[in-house]
Write a protein that binds this ligand. Structure first.
Ligand code: NI
Length: 185
Protein backbone atom coordinates (compact mmCIF):
# COMPACT_ATOMS: atom_id res chain seq x y z
CA UNK A 1 0.00 0.00 0.00
CA UNK A 2 1.30 3.41 -0.93
CA UNK A 3 1.77 5.19 2.38
CA UNK A 4 2.56 8.66 1.17
CA UNK A 5 6.20 8.56 2.20
CA UNK A 6 9.12 8.74 -0.15
CA UNK A 7 10.10 5.60 -1.94
CA UNK A 8 12.88 4.78 0.44
CA UNK A 9 13.27 1.06 0.20
CA UNK A 10 15.85 0.43 2.81
CA UNK A 11 16.46 -3.24 2.31
CA UNK A 12 20.01 -3.60 1.14
CA UNK A 13 21.11 -6.35 -1.18
CA UNK A 14 21.83 -9.34 1.05
CA UNK A 15 25.05 -10.05 -0.74
CA UNK A 16 26.87 -6.77 -0.24
CA UNK A 17 30.15 -8.37 -1.06
CA UNK A 18 33.61 -7.33 -1.96
CA UNK A 19 32.68 -7.64 -5.61
CA UNK A 20 35.03 -5.12 -7.15
CA UNK A 21 32.84 -3.65 -9.85
CA UNK A 22 29.70 -3.98 -11.85
CA UNK A 23 29.23 -7.42 -13.33
CA UNK A 24 29.17 -7.94 -17.07
CA UNK A 25 25.42 -8.43 -17.28
CA UNK A 26 24.83 -5.32 -15.19
CA UNK A 27 27.33 -3.38 -17.24
CA UNK A 28 25.31 -4.30 -20.32
CA UNK A 29 22.08 -3.15 -18.69
CA UNK A 30 23.25 0.18 -17.28
CA UNK A 31 23.63 1.99 -20.63
CA UNK A 32 20.03 1.09 -21.52
CA UNK A 33 18.83 2.61 -18.25
CA UNK A 34 20.98 5.67 -18.76
CA UNK A 35 19.76 6.09 -22.33
CA UNK A 36 16.07 5.82 -21.45
CA UNK A 37 16.43 8.13 -18.47
CA UNK A 38 18.41 10.61 -20.54
CA UNK A 39 15.72 10.58 -23.23
CA UNK A 40 12.99 11.16 -20.66
CA UNK A 41 14.85 14.00 -18.98
CA UNK A 42 15.39 15.47 -22.41
CA UNK A 43 11.67 15.12 -23.19
CA UNK A 44 10.71 17.12 -20.07
CA UNK A 45 13.57 19.57 -20.32
CA UNK A 46 12.48 23.19 -20.05
CA UNK A 47 8.95 22.47 -18.84
CA UNK A 48 7.84 24.79 -16.05
CA UNK A 49 6.28 23.40 -12.88
CA UNK A 50 2.92 24.55 -14.27
CA UNK A 51 3.49 22.72 -17.54
CA UNK A 52 4.66 19.61 -15.69
CA UNK A 53 1.39 19.67 -13.76
CA UNK A 54 -0.85 20.64 -16.64
CA UNK A 55 -3.91 18.40 -16.20
CA UNK A 56 -4.67 15.84 -18.88
CA UNK A 57 -1.65 16.79 -20.93
CA UNK A 58 -0.97 13.21 -21.89
CA UNK A 59 -4.24 11.32 -21.94
CA UNK A 60 -5.77 11.58 -18.48
CA UNK A 61 -2.51 12.54 -16.82
CA UNK A 62 -0.12 15.41 -16.37
CA UNK A 63 3.58 14.86 -17.01
CA UNK A 64 4.01 14.92 -13.24
CA UNK A 65 1.51 12.08 -12.96
CA UNK A 66 3.47 10.09 -15.51
CA UNK A 67 6.72 10.58 -13.60
CA UNK A 68 4.98 9.42 -10.43
CA UNK A 69 3.57 6.42 -12.29
CA UNK A 70 7.01 5.47 -13.61
CA UNK A 71 8.45 5.73 -10.08
CA UNK A 72 5.71 3.55 -8.64
CA UNK A 73 6.36 0.79 -11.15
CA UNK A 74 10.07 1.01 -10.63
CA UNK A 75 9.49 0.81 -6.87
CA UNK A 76 7.60 -2.43 -7.56
CA UNK A 77 10.68 -3.64 -9.37
CA UNK A 78 12.91 -2.79 -6.41
CA UNK A 79 10.55 -4.63 -4.08
CA UNK A 80 10.64 -7.59 -6.41
CA UNK A 81 14.45 -7.59 -6.35
CA UNK A 82 14.48 -7.31 -2.55
CA UNK A 83 12.16 -10.27 -2.21
CA UNK A 84 13.90 -12.44 -4.77
CA UNK A 85 17.22 -11.65 -3.09
CA UNK A 86 15.75 -12.80 0.19
CA UNK A 87 14.45 -15.98 -1.44
CA UNK A 88 10.82 -14.97 -1.05
CA UNK A 89 7.97 -14.61 -3.42
CA UNK A 90 7.39 -10.93 -4.09
CA UNK A 91 4.23 -9.62 -2.48
CA UNK A 92 4.11 -6.49 -4.59
CA UNK A 93 0.75 -5.30 -5.82
CA UNK A 94 1.40 -5.94 -9.47
CA UNK A 95 2.00 -9.65 -8.81
CA UNK A 96 -1.50 -10.75 -8.04
CA UNK A 97 -2.93 -13.31 -10.43
CA UNK A 98 -4.38 -11.62 -13.51
CA UNK A 99 -3.54 -8.08 -12.48
CA UNK A 100 -5.92 -5.40 -13.62
CA UNK A 101 -3.31 -2.83 -14.57
CA UNK A 102 -5.81 -0.11 -15.39
CA UNK A 103 -7.43 -0.24 -12.00
CA UNK A 104 -4.06 -0.57 -10.24
CA UNK A 105 -2.79 2.49 -12.08
CA UNK A 106 -5.98 4.39 -11.31
CA UNK A 107 -5.75 3.51 -7.63
CA UNK A 108 -2.08 4.47 -7.41
CA UNK A 109 -2.89 7.71 -9.16
CA UNK A 110 -5.67 8.48 -6.69
CA UNK A 111 -3.30 7.74 -3.81
CA UNK A 112 -0.47 9.91 -5.10
CA UNK A 113 -2.04 12.71 -7.10
CA UNK A 114 -1.70 15.26 -4.31
CA UNK A 115 1.98 14.67 -3.59
CA UNK A 116 4.02 17.81 -4.22
CA UNK A 117 6.04 18.01 -7.39
CA UNK A 118 9.37 18.15 -5.58
CA UNK A 119 8.58 14.91 -3.75
CA UNK A 120 7.58 13.29 -7.01
CA UNK A 121 10.89 14.33 -8.54
CA UNK A 122 12.83 13.07 -5.52
CA UNK A 123 11.20 9.67 -5.85
CA UNK A 124 11.74 9.65 -9.58
CA UNK A 125 15.49 10.02 -9.14
CA UNK A 126 15.71 8.08 -5.89
CA UNK A 127 14.12 4.88 -7.09
CA UNK A 128 16.40 4.80 -10.11
CA UNK A 129 19.39 5.01 -7.79
CA UNK A 130 18.00 1.94 -6.04
CA UNK A 131 17.69 0.06 -9.32
CA UNK A 132 21.27 0.93 -10.24
CA UNK A 133 22.43 -0.17 -6.82
CA UNK A 134 20.83 -3.55 -7.39
CA UNK A 135 22.49 -3.83 -10.76
CA UNK A 136 25.75 -3.18 -8.98
CA UNK A 137 25.15 -5.88 -6.44
CA UNK A 138 23.60 -8.71 -8.42
CA UNK A 139 25.93 -11.28 -9.92
CA UNK A 140 25.69 -12.03 -13.63
CA UNK A 141 24.16 -15.39 -12.90
CA UNK A 142 21.48 -13.80 -10.73
CA UNK A 143 20.61 -11.34 -13.46
CA UNK A 144 20.60 -13.60 -16.47
CA UNK A 145 19.34 -16.93 -15.17
CA UNK A 146 15.81 -17.80 -16.32
CA UNK A 147 13.57 -17.83 -13.27
CA UNK A 148 11.47 -20.97 -13.11
CA UNK A 149 9.19 -19.70 -10.37
CA UNK A 150 5.73 -19.44 -11.91
CA UNK A 151 5.26 -15.93 -10.57
CA UNK A 152 8.45 -14.78 -12.28
CA UNK A 153 7.04 -15.95 -15.61
CA UNK A 154 10.20 -17.73 -16.78
CA UNK A 155 11.95 -14.41 -17.13
CA UNK A 156 15.39 -13.39 -15.98
CA UNK A 157 15.77 -10.55 -13.51
CA UNK A 158 17.50 -8.63 -16.30
CA UNK A 159 14.26 -8.85 -18.29
CA UNK A 160 12.16 -7.75 -15.32
CA UNK A 161 14.48 -4.82 -14.79
CA UNK A 162 14.23 -3.78 -18.43
CA UNK A 163 10.44 -4.01 -18.46
CA UNK A 164 9.90 -2.10 -15.24
CA UNK A 165 12.49 0.59 -15.85
CA UNK A 166 13.89 1.53 -19.25
CA UNK A 167 11.26 -0.01 -21.52
CA UNK A 168 8.43 1.44 -19.46
CA UNK A 169 9.86 4.94 -19.34
CA UNK A 170 10.70 4.86 -23.05
CA UNK A 171 7.04 4.24 -23.82
CA UNK A 172 5.93 7.25 -21.79
CA UNK A 173 8.73 9.40 -23.17
CA UNK A 174 7.23 9.04 -26.63
CA UNK A 175 3.83 10.14 -25.35
CA UNK A 176 5.31 13.19 -23.60
CA UNK A 177 7.18 14.18 -26.75
CA UNK A 178 4.00 13.81 -28.80
CA UNK A 179 2.12 16.06 -26.37
CA UNK A 180 4.79 18.76 -26.51
CA UNK A 181 4.75 18.70 -30.26
CA UNK A 182 0.96 18.89 -30.48
CA UNK A 183 0.59 21.48 -27.73
CA UNK A 184 3.60 23.49 -28.87
CA UNK A 185 5.20 23.56 -25.41
NI1 NI B 1 2.94 3.08 -17.86
Amino acid sequence: MWNGTALTLNAKPASVSARPSRTLAAAAKVPALEASRGALLDAIDGLTPEQLQHPKAVGEWSVRDILQHISLWEAELVRLLVHVDQGRRAVVQSFVANPDFDSLNARWHAETKDRPLDRVMEDFHGVRRQTLRWLDELADEDLTRIRREAWLHNQSLARWIAEYSCEHEAEHTLAIRAWRQTAGV
